[in-house]
Design a protein around this ligand. Structure first.
Ligand SMILES: *Cc1c(COP(=O)(O)O)cnc(C)c1O
Length: 496
């Protein structure tokens, strides 16, 4: 059973507050150059820069203690919907740290790195098979970057057919991730929203009404952000193609399909993948990620340059791409992400690949079924790899989805995604992933059921949550508008 965390966390002191004049943490070797008086050269360092003066042990304790109040996939369950926070197997890190991979320089001539090119080409080969696309490219360094690259390919394709000026509109469902309209707008397109029908599928009549020869593309997330498989997907692709448009698949939810079904077979022209979601490479704080893209043959001439191709089976970089959109990142994207993803793909192997999607869908449906009474699903049909629930019935007690999420922190769990997709009121989006056990899912569901009971009997507890952390509720608007995470000398209590 879930228990409230009772151990209170000590508020960590700043490293500046540990500072004692004259204390040092390093032994510098004897200088073999003439001595320079630093204070004379750049001013009194102590007064000007206020560097903390601490011993090595104090520095070590400071950062280790900070790491203990961090929360990550390695400390607990992380059901953040749409993010696929699955376990990143250690073996991925082992291979990514091989010196042969780690120490190569991106400016080495191609012929000195055949092994690295083979790694990239092997990932391409497997991803082609997994997605059903003709080609893969791995320069984009994030999912959103992959989306934008796909739209650049689509634009180049329409331009090459003399239709670039006419096709100005990109259609995006109202359930889409914010990066979709942003990518379209960034490529100079006008964005038009397509509503979702009451059953959670795309509103086919609204789509038909929006389709004409001004449409450049439709961006579809499948499974959708409502965690539902878009049942009309092949029909949708046919309808868009019939007016000369292209269909892009937002592949952030690929975890529900790996080894089971292939977007390339559904009729899509291109898609992006998040290697840092589906293929177990780490989610960086803003990077490094990898937004690999898959594309069909007709988009291949425009793919980012240099393109990785096989000539007589040998992986080679092709720099001669006259129709290419050019580079979308320096060098070849995040190479070590390719090493990690390849390790993961080979560790699973072709036979077990479908375990990823089958267990992630099973886990999400288990959570959905266990929570049905307290947090009903937004749509009453089986979900894919995550479940989208609504907490709207607690609104009458003054409890919002955010309060439930904050209370989960007191029970030791990372909250799910809140208020996304935007079209679901008081939305909680839970993605357990395939790497969690039934025991963990049960503990999490038990905690949520308890919290929903509290929402009815003692809503104030939820409003005050979290109460077991270093900080409680933040004024989020103020944090965005007046963010100040710097230490200022005036904030110090004792003079240094
Ligand atoms: C995560 C996500 C993206 C963007 O991916 P990043 O790697 O964060 O840029 C796009 N669409 C959906 C549905 C997502 O969940």
């Amino acid at each position: 059973m879930p228990n409230l965390r009772t151990k209170s966390v000590r508020i960590p002191t700043l490293i500046f507050e540990k500072s004692q004049s004259g204390r040092i943490g390093v032994n510098l070797p004897q200088a073999d150059t003439p001595k320079v008086n630093v204070n004379e050269a750049i001013g009194n360092t102590r007064e000007t820069f206020h560097f903390p003066e601490v011993s090595e042990l104090e520095v070590m304790r400071h950062f280790v203690n900070l790491s203990h109040i961090n929360y990550g996939i390695e400390t607990g369950f992380y059901p953040l919907g749409s993010c696929t926070m699955k376990y990143n197997p250690r073996i991925n890190e082992t291979t990514a740290s091989f010196t042969g991979f780690r120490n190569i320089h991106p400016m080495q001539p191609d012929y000195t790195v055949p092994g690295a090119l083979e790694v990239l080409a092997s990932v391409y080969d497997i991803l082609k098979e997994v997605t059903g696309f003709d080609e893969i490219a791995m320069q984009p360094v994030a999912g959103a970057h992959g989306e934008m690259t796909c739209l650049m390919l689509i634009k180049a394709y329409h331009d090459s057919r003399g239709e670039g000026d006419k096709r100005r509109i990109v259609l995006v469902p109202d359930s889409a991730h914010g990066t979709n309209p942003a990518s379209a707008a960034r490529c100079g397109y006008d964005v038009k929203t397509i509503p979702t029908g009451p059953d959670g599928d795309c509103d086919m009549e609204a789509l038909a009404a929006a389709l004409d020869d001004t449409v450049a593309a439709f961006m579809v997330t499948n499974p959708s952000t409502l965690a539902l498989f878009e049942r009309n997907i092949s029909k949708i692709c046919q309808m868009v193609h019939a007016v000369g448009g292209q269909v892009f698949c937002d592949g952030a939810n690929m975890n529900a399909m790996v080894g089971t079904t292939r977007p390339g077979d559904h009729g899509f022209d291109c898609m992006h993948l998040n290697l840092h979601k589906t293929f177990s490479t780490p989610h960086g704080g803003g990077g490094p990620g990898c937004g690999a893209i898959g594309l069909q043959k007709h988009l291949e001439p425009f793919t980012p340059s240099p393109a990785l191709i096989r000539v007589n089976g040998k992986a080679t970089l092709d720099h001669n791409r006259p129709q290419s959109i050019g580079r979308v990142s320096s060098f070849y994207g995040q190479f070590l992400m390719a090493v990690r993803a390849l390790t993961y793909l080979l560790a699973y192997g072709k036979e077990r690949m479908s375990d990823i999607s089958r267990y992630s869908v099973l886990n999400a449906n288990y959570v959905r079924a266990r929570l049905k009474e307290v947090l009903p699903p937004a749509h009453d049909r089986p979900c894919m790899h995550e479940c989208v629930l609504t907490a709207k019935k607690y609104k009458q007690n003054g409890v919002r989805a955010l309060d439930i999420s904050k209370r989960l922190i007191d029970y030791g769990f990372h909250p799910p995604t809140n208020y996304f997709p935007l079209i679901v009121p008081e939305c909680l989006m839970i993605e357990p992933t395939e790497t969690e056990s039934k025991q963990t899912l049960d503990d999490f569901c038990d905690a949520l059921i308890k919290i929903c009971h509290e929402a009815e009997t003692n809503p104030d507890i939820l409003h005050e949550a979290p109460s077991t952390q270093v900080v409680g509720r933040l004024d989020e608007a103020k944090a965005v508008k007046n963010l100040d995470v710097r230490w200022h000398p005036s904030t110090i209590t004792e003079s240094v």
